[in-house]
Design a protein around this ligand. Sequence first.
Ligand code: SF4
Length: 216
Amino acid sequence: MAESKTGKQKRMRKTVQRLRMEYPQAQCTLTRRNSHELLVATILSAQCTDERVNKVTQRLFRKYPSVKSFAYANVEELSRDIHSCGYHNQKAQSIKGSSLMILEEYGGDVPNTMEDLLSLPGVGRKTANCILGIAFNIPAVVIDTHMIRIMGLMGFVNSKNPEKIEQDVMEITLKEDWIDLTHLIIEHGRNICIAKRPKCMECILNDLCSSQPTKG
Ligand code: SF4
C-alpha cells in the first residue's frame, strides 16, 4: 500500500533529526563573501565539485572583486579564468550576463525573489533556490544530484524531475528544515549514501529508507 503523506512527513522529520545529529556542521561549502560571489560560485558548481570551485574562485574573486568587474569582463578571458570548472564558455556567458543584468536592472544588488533570479541569464531553479536560502535565509529546497538520488532511494519521491521533486519534498518537510535538508543530504551522499556504492549497513537512516532492509 502506498505510504500516506502523513507517514512521509513523520519519516522526513526523523530523517532530518538524525542527519542533524550526525552532521551538525553541514552547510554550504562554497567560499564567498557576499550574495553575488555566491551566485558566481553556484553557477561554476554545475557539474563540478565545490572543492574545485573554491580553488578557482580564490583567484577569481581577487581578479574580479565586484559585480561591475564581472559585468564588464572580457568574456573570452573570463572563460579562460574558469576553464578548469568545465562548461567554461557557457558559464562565462552566464556569469557576465547575470552580473550585467544585476548592475543595470537591479542597482547592483542580487535580487531576492525566485521570479527575479530566474530572469538572470543562466540562472535556473537550483541556483535561484540556493541564493534564496543561503544568501537571504528565505526557505527554499535546492534539488541537486544527491537530493534526486537519495530522495528517490528513500522513497520520499517517485520522479526524476527536479521541479516535481522540489514540490514533493516541500510538502513533506517542515518549512524551517528546507534550507538545511539539502546540506544534510549532500553530506550523507558524500559520506554514506554514495552513488553506486551506498553503505547501507552503516547508514543511520537504514530503518527509515524504503530501499533497504533494516539493520541486524
Ligand atoms: S539505507 Fe542505503 S540507500 Fe538508504 S539512505 Fe542509507 S545508504 Fe542510502
